[in-house]
Design a protein around this ligand. Sequence first.
Ligand SMILES: [Zn+2]
Length: 66
Amino acid sequence: MQIANDEGLVCATCHLALTPTQVSVSYMGSAFPVELPCCPGCGLIYVPESLASGKMLQVEQALEDK
Ligand SMILES: [Zn+2]
């Protein structure tokens, strides 16, 4: 599953294209894998606004699919 449309995202520090990387996200007491854009240079993970704002809309949908 992929939350962000990471086309064209570039790390502001390394100027490297962010690549989708699977990470764990915690929500409502459970952790589950999510694919987020990650910088191959410094390891920065880009958190989409939908995650940062706490909406977690896509994550909730993913849980319902199980
Ligand atoms: Zn970087």
